[in-house]
Design a protein around this ligand. Structure first.
Ligand code: XMP
Ligand code: MG
Length: 172
């Protein structure tokens, strides 16, 4: 059987959601300086669109994580590309593409907290809250979604489909 991509969120829907998020974040951080910690590679396009609309002075930092999920549900996450600059004493907002089990985010929040941030919040474009294995609630959610495997707008299967402007369900 051949692979199918079925449209789930159009580029217009994504743009509307990103605009709303940017407005809320800009309002909440008005008068403050913000550091966005962008989780590579998936959040790349989301972060680029979001950052240009927030409207408060901000700095961009990038982090890359790799997660290994063995037979145990705990999952092991490691940092494969760390931050370049210091985030100590800063207001930090993590920018994620999608939160699924929450294991990656739980690790990341612990990691960033240990760096002495002033505040730490999370913004995710997509939230598969029904699949959560640890109790993590992102502060800003663009689109709550069902348990479908999604690709496009940064999301991939084996590095493919990231460049698509819309989000699709991947049906192998
Ligand atoms: P956890 O389970 O730790 O995982 O919350 C978060 C990471 O898993 C990846 N992920 C996906 N990637 N389509 C993707 O392309 C999906 O539907 C999907 N669900 C989870 C993603 O890297 C995310 O950061
Ligand atoms: Mg991710």
């Amino acid at each position: 059987m051949s692979t199918k991509l079925q449209l789930v969120y159009s580029s217009g829907q994504i743009a509307a959601s990103v605009g709303t998020l940017a407005q809320r974040i800009g309002y909440d951080y008005a008068g403050e300086e913000l550091v966005l910690v962008v989780v590579l590679k998936g959040a790349l396009f989301f972060a680029a669109d979001l950052a240009r609309q927030i409207g408060v002075p901000l700095r961009l930092e990038f982090i890359k994580l790799s997660s290994y999920k063995g037979t145990s549900s705990t999952g092991t996450v490691t940092v494969t590309k760390g931050l370049d600059g210091s985030i100590a004493g800063k207001h930090v907002l993590v920018v994620e593409d999608i939160v699924d089990t929450g294991l990656t985010l739980k690790f990341l929040l612990g990691y960033l907290n240990d760096l002495g941030v002033r505040s730490l919040k999370v913004c995710t474009l997509l939230d598969k809250s029904g699949r959560r294995e640890v109790s993590i609630t992102p502060d800003y959610v663009g689109i709550p979604c069902e348990n479908k495997f999604l690709v496009g707008y940064g999301l991939d299967v084996d590095e493919r489909y990231r460049e698509l402007p819309a989000i699709y369900e991947y049906i192998p």
